[in-house]
Ligand binder design. Structure first.
Ligand code: CMP
Length: 156
């Protein structure tokens, strides 16, 4: 039990959002598949539709940026899927699979290069670091919605 708690504390987690453009284009499964095929585990998942105010709370760190208004409009334009992913170096691996913010600058084969339309309409969000991941996960999920990565269901 103590071992299990320690593992949970050390296990890195990331918050991923599948954005309205990817949901509209029926890409939920395709996006999740790319993370699963890399060995990352889905430890929580839900679909929701942000209000403009909720988007602005989620992206508060960008409130002074010129793109904040466009980002708020776009992210509240349709349903999204929120995931918590777990695994070793999950933040770095997730960001590599997602690719650069601007899809036209993203590496070939990344999610944004394959599906993103513009720097705003860029298909997926992934946490930037551990601190952001913790803040974003607690914004989107309650503790009991997140699976215990160390439980038997995640053993292969
Ligand atoms: P995301 O990874 O969700 O984090 C913040 C979002 O703001 C980013 O993806 C983009 O959708 C958007 N964004 C970041 N930089 C810009 C920019 N220069 N112009 C427009 N939108 C941006």
């Amino acid at each position: 039990m103590i071992g299990s708690r320690r593992y949970l504390l050390e296990m890195e987690r990331s918050l991923v959002l599948i954005k309205p453009d990817a949901v509209r284009k029926n890409l939920i499964g395709e996006v999740i598949k790319r993370f699963e095929e890399d060995g990352l585990r889905v430890i929580s998942l839900k679909m929701l539709w942000f209000s403009r105010k909720e988007v602005q709370m989620f992206y508060k760190e960008h409130e002074d940026k010129p793109f904040y208004d466009a980002l708020s409009n776009y992210m509240s334009s349709g349903p999204i899927v929120a995931l918590v992913l777990g695994g070793e170096n999950v933040i770095k691996r997730t960001r590599e699979l997602i690719g650069a913010t601007d899809p036209s600058a993203a590496d070939k084969g990344t999610i944004r290069a394959d599906f993103g339309e513009s720097i705003t309409v860029n298909s997926v969000h992934g946490s930037a670091n551990r601190e952001s991941a913790d803040t974003e996960i607690s914004f989107m999920f309650s503790q009991i919605e997140i699976m215990d990565f160390n439980s038997g269901i995640y053993r292969r």
